[in-house]
Design a protein around this ligand. Structure first.
Ligand SMILES: [Fe+2]
Length: 384
């Protein structure tokens, strides 16, 4: 038995206008300063047919402290609508604020997939302005424990939005680097989700469709900001990938990526993206993964004599995509040798405790994780 979970999804041009039909008394808009600066918050406020309060203090890799500030505000103003507007960070903070407001006796570090949270007071609406995290359609939450230099991913059914509004016009101002990083995040979701032990027939279709769209449209969206079709398709592909991995699980690219993000402050999508090919080269030594990846490759038009050759070609295809969108093939391009060496132990320690490592078909131990980071640093093909 399993659940397939999804919010109601409103997508396409002018989807944002649907906000004017939402009924409620008072909205808390959880966002960041850029969304205010670009006028997106104003646009949302103008559409909403109710009073609203803006909490715009969400930072990249948001902390527990930021969430608690938001909880304090909502407890005072008693909003019945919570809107998460922005990239993954504001949406994850909005999700957590909702959980802690609905269940005030729950401590933030105790939020977990099996904790029951009854929703009585709020409706959650998530509106992505980047095309990658998929946070608008998942129960996943990633916060950062600044004191421990690590990310703390978790999930809960109460983090699922009631409504996700996927309006491509909100992503049109993304600079190329953000398009590349977030697009790689979506690709990681689609592949991680397809090979997870929690994969299922529903998630499979979504993961394949998302990857197909990402390979086709991400280079176009990156190379030409004016390519409206590519931007629109990427905005939708990111949510499809979100539904895919959200109903399966993220995997090793994310276990490594979370750690790299927390320790070196690499953008999430870039950190996971650089880890992806190495994670696949490691996982494909497990025959089940090899077969799954060969099937995945087949759906992307790759058909070779053997599974090994197909998967090799798939990894090449990922490297080619990275080249096309200027994502480096190895960590050396981003991190100095001294920094890498001094933090390697921390990188491994974080990754080994990352929740995404649990659902792999081949699980690395400490020694293997260390080698995975070292190989990804140097750009060496995995041979263990
Ligand atoms: Fe991700």
């Amino acid at each position: 038995m399993a659940y397939f979970v999804s919010p109601q999804i409103i997508f396409g041009e002018e989807a944002l206008e649907e906000l004017s039909k939402i009924e409620g008394k008072h909205a808390l808009i959880v966002t960041d300063k850029f969304m205010v600066k670009f006028g997106y918050v104003k646009r949302v406020q103008e559409l909403l047919q109710m009073e609203s309060t803006v909490f715009d203090e969400v930072e990249p890799d948001p902390s527990y402290e930021t969430v608690m500030k938001g909880v304090e505000i909502i407890s005072k103003i008693q909003s019945d609508i919570i809107i998460g507007l922005g990239g993954g960070s504001p949406m994850d903070v909005a999700k957590t604020i909702r959980i802690l407001y609905e269940k005030p006796d729950l401590a933030i570090e105790d939020i977990a997939p099996m904790v029951e949270v009854e929703i009585k007071k709020t409706k959650l609406i998530l509106i992505p302005t980047t095309s990658g995290t998929g946070a608008e359609v998942t129960t996943a939450i990633v916060l950062t424990r600044k004191d421990e230099e690590r990310k703390a991913p978790t999930a809960n059914f109460a983090a699922m939005a009631d409504i996700a509004i996927i309006d491509p016009s909100l992503a049109k101002n993304m600079p190329p680097a953000l398009t590349a990083n977030t697009g790689m995040d979506a690709l990681c979701h689609s592949i991680d989700g397809y090979i997870s032990t929690l994969k299922n027939d529903f998630s499979d279709g979504l993961c394949i469709k998302a990857a197909e769209m990402i390979f086709e449209y991400l280079p176009r969206a990156y190379q030409n900001r004016e390519d409206k079709e590519a931007r629109e398709k990427m905005h939708i592909a990111a949510s499809i990938a979100g539904l895919g991995f959200g109903n399966s699980q993220a995997g090793l690219s994310h276990g490594m990526g979370h750690s790299l993000g927390a320790v070196f402050h690499l953008p999430h999508g870039k950190a996971c993206g650089i880890s992806l090919p190495y994670s696949l080269q490691y996982l494909d030594r497990e025959p089940e993964v090899m077969t799954l990846l060969a099937k995945f490759a087949y759906h992307l038009g790759i058909q070779k004599e053997t599974e090994e050759e197909s998967v090799k070609e798939l990894v090449e295809k990922i490297f080619d995509l990275m080249t096309a969108i200027d994502i480096p093939h190895f960590l050396k391009a981003e991190i100095s040798p001294e920094d890498f060496k001094s933090k390697l132990e921390k990188l491994v320690e974080n990754a080994i405790f990352d929740g995404t490592i649990v659902f792999l078909r081949r699980t690395p131990d400490t020694e293997e994780l260390k080698k995975l980071f070292e190989y990804a640093y140097e750009g060496k093909e995995i041979d263990f």
